[in-house]
Write a protein that binds this ligand. Structure first.
Ligand SMILES: Cc1ncc(COP(=O)(O)O)c(C=O)c1O
Length: 411
């Protein structure tokens, strides 16, 4: 082997190993960490968030941990060296399938939930006067694709009101049951609403749809990386997601899962070679032209980090931080929590108002204290939204509660 080839190959090997050996170090540190906050300090150190920054907006975008950034950079470097490692689709689908309990063959990797939802809506054969039912808690990323069909093809789009906060899963399913008509073709619903973290009973809604031959589309932008997701149990026709949120994968990393029959039936929105080769199944939809495959290397790293910490451990920690935050907020006079407090009905995204203080003003003041939040101004709700994740410390939750109490005049 020539010296230059040798150097390039060894650089490639070193590059391939670097992020995964850093992941090994993380796992060792995690194991060695003492109980209490110890392991969570190790988790926080795996992120690049500055120490004085309190990031409470994973609901918009998850911060990428160091290993994810490293995986993307190392992959990008290999591409630049003209030695691009090809994406191991099989392994990637298997890893996602294990995390979400889905058939690996059903996964597609678009850029985000918005793109996945557009692939679904545009790929169906909806006609004028066909009805799509959805809610007044959908994000534009899961709603606009239906609005477009309404404008272009005369599809009827009805947005239903949900109880706030929800009192039971049955009540939420009933919202849809009561609204069904003979024209209903699609129910499109968030798994966890972006507005206030309501957990929609998507398995029940999907079962109701199946009995009636209605297509069930789930906007699952939030749950992967936040709570256990069981795609086989949900058994919807489609499930769209954004691993760049709670899974903290690189920005521009989406997921689309489809039930077996749709892998052959759905029309592609974006056609490339093999678009009509139904033997490819859902993989037809991964033929998107030249891709930034480095983000898929980052997704792989994000999935491995998730496995290393443990999805159930992550969910339990998120719920612990949620409970702590809600308890502190509840103690502040004038605060009204808009999120369901029953853990089976709400998770991850805590929405509230403060009497006499516009959320947008509260956001401005928190931002001066280096706290990043989101205001749900959609539909005129005007709610402050906080979304804690595993990198947030208990001290940060206390600090934010103190700041809010101070702003509300409640201290
Ligand atoms: C429920 C929901 N759906 C869709 C989206 C759009 O996500 P993306 O920008 O990743 O497509 C969001 C973003 O916050 C969301 O909360």
């Amino acid at each position: 082997m020539k010296r230059r080839d040798f150097l390039q190959r060894s650089a490639l090997t070193a590059g391939t190993l670097a992020w995964s050996s850093r992941l090994d170090t993380f796992v060792r540190d995690l194991r060695n960490a003492s109980a209490g906050e110890g392991p969570w300090d190790v988790v926080r150190a795996a992120f690049l968030i500055p120490g004085d920054r309190i990031y409470l907006n994973v609901g918009t975008l998850g911060p990428q941990p160091r290993v994810v950034v490293d995986a993307v950079v190392e992959h990008t470097r290999q591409v630049a060296m003209t030695l691009p490692p090809s994406t191991d689709w099989h392994a990637l689908k298997a890893r996602v399938g294990t995390l979400l309990n889905g058939d690996p063959e059903g996964f597609v990797f678009p850029r985000n939930t918005t793109e996945a939802m557009s692939f679904i809506a545009n790929g169906l054969e909806l006609q004028s006067d066909d009805e799509v039912l959805t809610t007044l808690h959908e994000h534009v990323g899961g709603l606009s694709c239906w609005e477009l069909l309404a404008a272009r093809r005369g599809v009827r789009l009805r947005q239903l009101e949900l109880p706030v906060p929800a009192g039971s899963s049955e009540e939420l399913t009933d919202v849809f049951r009561r609204a069904l008509t003979s024209r209903t073709r699609v129910i499109s619903v968030s798994h966890v609403t972006f507005t206030n973290g309501t957990v929609m009973p998507v398995a029940d809604i999907a079962a109701m749809c199946r009995e009636r031959g209605i297509i069930c589309v789930v906007d699952g932008a939030h749950p992967p990386g936040m709570v256990r997701v069981d795609l086989r149990a949900i058994d919807a026709d489609f499930y769209a997601s954004s691993p760049h949120k709670w899974l903290c994968a690189p920005q521009g990393t989406g997921l689309l899962y489809m039930r077996d029959e749709w892998r052959r039936r759905l029309w592609p929105t974006l056609a490339s070679g093999g678009w009509n080769d139904t033997s490819l199944g859902a993989h037809r939809f991964n033929h998107l032209g030249t891709l930034d495959e480095s983000r898929l290397a980052g997704l792989d790293a994000a999935l491995r980090l998730q496995e290393a910490i443990g999805p159930d451990v992550i969910e339990a920690r998120i719920r612990e931080l949620d409970a702590m935050l809600v308890a502190r907020l509840d103690d502040i006079p004038g605060v009204r929590i808009m999120s369901p407090q029953d853990p089976s009905l709400g998770v991850g995204l805590i929405a509230f108002t403060v009497a006499g203080l516009e959320s947008i003003e509260l956001q401005r003041r928190l931002s001066q204290a280096n706290v990043r939040t989101r205001v749900v101004s959609e539909y005129g709700y005007g709610w402050m939204r906080l979304s804690p994740h595993v990198y947030n410390t208990e001290g940060e939750i206390e600090r934010v509660a103190e700041l809010i109490a101070g702003e509300s005049g409640g201290m």
